[in-house]
Write a protein that binds this ligand. Structure first.
Ligand SMILES: Cc1cc2nc3c(=O)[nH]c(=O)nc-3n(C[C@H](O)[C@H](O)[C@H](O)COP(=O)(O)OP(=O)(O)OC[C@H]3O[C@@H](n4cnc5c(N)ncnc54)[C@H](O)[C@@H]3O)c2cc1C
Length: 302
């Protein structure tokens, strides 16, 4: 089946506005790269998601999943794939005792706000990470004293045609690492286990984290956070800086002047500009230090 026929089929089955054809993904990635996805599904319920997966599996399409697009590089102008987006339309958050349950499209900041209003502590330092719940688990996002892996209790996933719950011990968490990076399971819902605390203390901590983030003031240009992982004995940004690469550019893709482990889109950078800049950085660091930098960001549609 061709993409257009798949689109027509899904359109007939789903609510209006849920499935798009040749859709511009610029506002779905924080690099603001202009790239069009052949068939794009803006998931609005579990039921929609299951219907889409059933058709895709029958017709042999392998969808790509994205959340808030804050850690991805859209590699091409046109991405010939089905792209499933979990964002605001799939973002219910509720609580049971000291657990918060969130759909995978919920912004992490929404969960932090919900936790604060529920007097639940443990996620204050996640404020400012522009992740979806699914993306945060996939990447094991962390900041200051927060690690997603510390607060996740279980994850509801779509795995080979079935829905199942996976407990924390099976999630293979490590630095920017989770089982999902190899399993290809799709994260649908996450249970976070938090601790009751005074609202005032939670709010004070959040205010401090916001101040800390502001004082870093890394860049105002579109970016997707750290490009490379740090190593056991090096900071990627330091090695890149020592290679004299700050402000180095390929077309509108620049190595940030304020933090060398960030790449900025200072205009109309394309995925291929960012990828070429990544290659240049890797080469220079390898030549000078013999270190193979490991990419943290995920390439989509290569
Ligand atoms: C300004 C800025 C600041 C940042 N600060 C931090 C920080 O402090 N700490 C930190 O760790 N990161 C930080 N990041 C990086 C980024 O926010 C995190 O990596 C985040 O976890 C990505 O979440 P996302 O929803 O945007 O995922 P996306 O970028 O949409 O996707 C990332 C990967 O997750 C997969 N994925 C997403 N959702 C699902 C799902 N439901 N099921 C299966 N796979 C899925 C995608 O396929 C992709 O491979 C920052 C980024 C920016 C732009």
């Amino acid at each position: 089946m061709k993409y257009y026929r798949l689109y027509r089929k899904l359109k007939k089955m789903l609510e209006r506005g849920v499935v798009k054809y040749n859709y511009n993904l610029k506002k779905f990635n924080t690099y603001n790269i202009k790239s069009r996805g052949k068939v794009v599904v803006l998931v609005n319920s579990l039921e929609t998601f299951l219907k889409v997966m059933k058709v895709c599996e029958k017709e042999k399409f392998s969808p790509i999943v994205i959340g808030r697009g804050s850690n991805i590089i859209l590699a091409r102008k046109k991405i010939k794939s089905v792209i499933i987006i979990f964002s605001d339309r799939f973002s219910n958050v509720y609580k049971i005792d000291n657990s918060i349950i969130a759909e995978s499209g919920a912004a992490l900041s929404k969960v932090v706000a919900f936790a604060t209003n529920s007097s639940l502590s443990g996620m204050e330092s996640a404020v400012g990470i522009p992740a979806s719940v699914g993306g945060a688990v996939y990447m094991n996002a962390s900041a200051f004293d927060y690690r997603t892996s510390d607060v996740v209790k279980s994850v509801l996933v779509y795995s080979h045609g079935k829905i199942r719950e996976i407990g924390k011990e099976e999630l293979g968490f490590g630095y920017r690492q989770s089982i999902f990076q190899t399993s290809n399971d799709i994260i649908l819902r996450v249970e976070f286990e938090l601790a009751f605390a005074k609202k005032k203390d939670i709010r004070d901590k959040i205010a401090k984290v916001i101040d800390k983030r502001k004082s870093k003031n890394i860049t105002s240009f579109p970016n997707a956070g750290s490009v490379f992982k740090n190593g056991n004995n090096y900071f990627a940004g330091e090695l890149i800086d020592n290679c004299g690469l700050k402000n180095y550019n390929i077309n509108d893709a620049y190595v940030s002047y304020t933090h060398a482990n960030f790449i900025e889109n200072r205009g109309r950078a394309k995925g291929k500009d960012i990828l070429a800049l990544i290659d240049k950085i890797k080469q220079d660091v390898k030549t000078k230090y013999g270190v193979e930098l490991q990419l943290e960001q995920k390439i989509i549609g290569e």
